[in-house]
Design a protein around this ligand. Structure first.
Ligand SMILES: NCc1[nH]cc(CCC(=O)O)c1CC(=O)O
Length: 649
């Protein structure tokens, strides 16, 4: 029965066998519209949202939202309807009596709520949490960032996310100076999920014939589907895996340009529905069915002769070359790759460097290191507790004093910021993690050099050593388990060892910065410690041109009693790290420094690299090159990901 606006291509629709990759609950209107045209509709949801295996992090995030913080300083940002459902699920009660009631007190104390788009806003409103901010035009992470209000003192953003979320919003908010706390709200698993986030309603159950992935593949192979309507790039990926030819010869409709592009990337032509409305999908379906289509992939048969036509797709799996070795066997599935993996990054391999600044009452974000802060004493204590709770290998403290002088006196002063911070951290974590102190003068001197200056303005090696010895004892008394001399003075390890022993602290270990190069990648660190340095450190840090010298420095530090040694920076010095790791009899660390961190963050914030994959690969490569432990500003996140990927709570 033609209706207004019905186009004359509906003939192509009548009787067509169409599979829509959507759940019954979300396909209701589209199914009704297509059925009215005589389309034989089946559904194949392919993917389904489910609560993460462990909801502790999400509950903790909700607890934080519920604890009324300083007025107007905390946001809850919600990026999908599924996230609203997940929040409701952990709250325990549906509707306004759940989430809205849970956050009511916090909202009147200033908690604000942002929604990515209208559907999310509506779901929030239904949950009793009408948002304060919805982007005006672009309903996306980018749109939300663009419309985010400028705030003089950015506070915290609580950001529950899909397990597959892209880093756009997190990185963008961090770049605006917010402290962004994330938690996995839901994961997407193959349909049917054992515990779906949205249980099927009685009305939807059985209303439309529904296929699982295997059923859909079988229908495609048997030529029983004339067209497939693809809802999202993830549905396409789930359906075809590494074999796009399963869709050869099938008319394809893509809802949205990203889905069309994902098909094109796999050599498939899909007709895009410009908007996700049932009408737009129907129009695209009519076009797709009317357009000429290539041949379907032939049904698998037992070939008697080898294929002759170059264009024949490869269906014969009998090996045609007698290869002695096929290394791809050990790359074929995630499980076999996991079995064959030689290097892992475990939380206990990681050391988190932290900055504490005298006089701060709130942590201060660092512009050139988005996501990293200068801590107040309070926030430092919390960070240390987190390091211990998450099983990290250690925490390395850097102090930023309020007053500096030519001799860096605050470094030796038991009341200096670093020594006070060491006491606070040790009181917080005891022996639950390893507390380390940067032992260097550059943060404490008014000229910014790592040592004191002689009259001619050069850095005076031996006068500096005497101060390092006193600083070592002060740090040991303040509670450091490990001291990290980073000033590259000749003889520093020996002098520090002797001073510790003489002070009755033979128990305190030395992690020697053995091969520390004069690197351009320290740039952001100098902001982090408010460095006063003019010029450079080339008279004491190593020349990036040199390799042999690293082994000489290593030998000296070992002879002077180093317990552990370090190479720094890491990524541009993996060859040095390899050299040192091959011969060192003591554990080897590498320091992924501020500039290495900043490069990855900047590229990820621009959407140029996949942040999580790049972070993981970077630290994996440092471990692979030979580091036993890695100092990295990504340590906490890497530990979170490790637990997530290994099914640990
Ligand atoms: N006390 C010196 C020190 N210890 C750690 C770093 C750099 C750490 C980083 O860049 O992340 C530096 C800076 C420098 O040598 O200029």
């Amino acid at each position: 029965m033609p209706r207004p606006g019905h186009d004359d291509r509906s003939g192509a629709l009548h009787g067509a066998r169409v599979v829509v990759t959507r759940s019954a609950g979300r396909a209701r209107e589209l199914v009704a519209l297509l059925r009215a045209d005589g389309v034989r509709v089946r559904l194949a949801p392919l993917l389904e949202p489910t609560l993460p295996g462990d909801t502790a992090a999400l509950s903790a995030l909700l607890d934080r939202a519920a604890a009324p913080g300083p007025a107007g300083r905390t946001w809850l940002a919600v990026t999908s309807v599924n996230t609203v459902r997940a929040l409701q699920a952990v709250t325990g009660a549906p509707g306004p009596s759940g989430l809205g009631a849970r956050l009511a007190a916090a909202r009147s104390a200033g908690l604000r709520v942002a929604a990515v788009g209208d559907a999310t806003a509506a779901a929030l409103a239904d949950a009793g949490l009408a948002p304060d901010l919805v982007p005006g035009t672009a309903h996306s992470a980018a749109g939300l960032l663009a419309d985010w209000p400028a705030e003089p003192a950015p506070g915290t953003v609580l950001l529950p996310l899909s397990a597959r979320a892209r880093p756009t919003l997190e990185a963008g908010l961090a770049a605006k100076g917010y402290r962004v706390l994330t938690a996995t709200a839901y994961a997407t698993v193959p349909w049917p999920a054992p515990e779906p986030l949205v249980p099927e309603t009685a009305a939807d159950a059985g209303a439309v014939p529904t296929l699982d992935r295997a059923g859909l593949l079988a229908a495609l192979a048997a030529g029983e589907a004339d067209a497939v309507v693809l809802t999202a790039p993830s549905h396409l990926a789930e359906l075809v895996g590494e074999d796009p030819a399963v869709l050869a010869g099938t008319a394809l409709v893509a809802i949205g340009e990203p889905t069309r592009q994902a098909a094109a990337d796999r050599g498939l032509t899909a007709h895009a529905a410009a908007r996700p409305t049932p009408e737009a999908v129907r129009a695209a379906l009519a076009r797709a069915l009317a357009a000429p289509r290539g041949p379907r992939r032939p049904e698998p048969t037992t070939p008697t002769t080898s294929p002759t036509e170059e264009t024949t797709p490869v269906t014969d799996r009998t090996p045609r070359y007698d290869l002695v070795s096929r290394p791809r066997r050990l790359r074929s599935t995630p499980a076999v790759r996991r079995l064959a993996a030689q290097t892992r990054v475990h939380p206990s391999d990681l050391i988190l460097p932290v900055f504490v600044r005298e006089g701060l009452t709130e942590p201060a974000p660092l512009g050139s290191m988005p996501g990293v802060v200068q801590h107040s004493m309070d926030s430092l204590r919390r960070a240390a507790a987190e390091v211990a709770a998450k099983g990290l290998g250690g925490i390395m403290l850097f102090g930023v004093p309020a007053q500096r002088d030519a001799r860096g006196s605050a470094g030796c002063d038991p009341e200096g910021v670093l020594n006070r911070a060491l006491r606070a951290v040790r009181a917080e974590v005891g022996d639950d993690t390893v507390v380390m102190a940067d032992l260097c003068l550059d943060e404490f001197t008014d000229h910014g050099h790592c040592g004191v200056l002689a009259e001619d303005g050069t850095v005076d090696n031996d006068a500096t050593l005497e101060i390092y010895g006193r600083m070592a004892v002060a740090q040991a008394e303040a509670g450091a388990h490990v001291l990290g001399p980073s000033g590259m003075m000749d003889g520093q390890v020996g002098v520090i060892r002797a001073a510790l022993d003489e002070a009755g602290r033979p128990d305190v270990a030395v992690l020697a910065y053995s091969a520390k190069y004069s690197s351009a990648f320290y740039g952001p660190f100098r902001e982090a410690v408010d460095s006063q340095l003019q010029g450079d450190r080339r008279t004491y840090q190593m020349d990036p041109a040199n390799r042999r010298e690293a082994l000489h420095e290593l030998q000296l530090d070992l002879d002077e009693g180093a317990d552990m040694v370090m190479v720094k920076p890491a990524m541009s010095y993996l060859d040095i790290l390899r050299d040192v790791a091959e011969v060192s009899p003591v554990p080897v660390s590498a320091y992924q420094i501020s500039g290495e961190y900043a490069m990855i963050e900047a590229a990820a914030a621009n959407g140029w690299i996949d942040r999580r994959a790049a972070v993981q690969e970077s630290v994996l490569s440092i471990r692979r090159a030979g580091a036993d432990t890695v100092l990295t500003y990504f340590a906490v996140e890497l530990a979170d990901w490790f637990r997530e990927e290994n099914g640990l709570s």
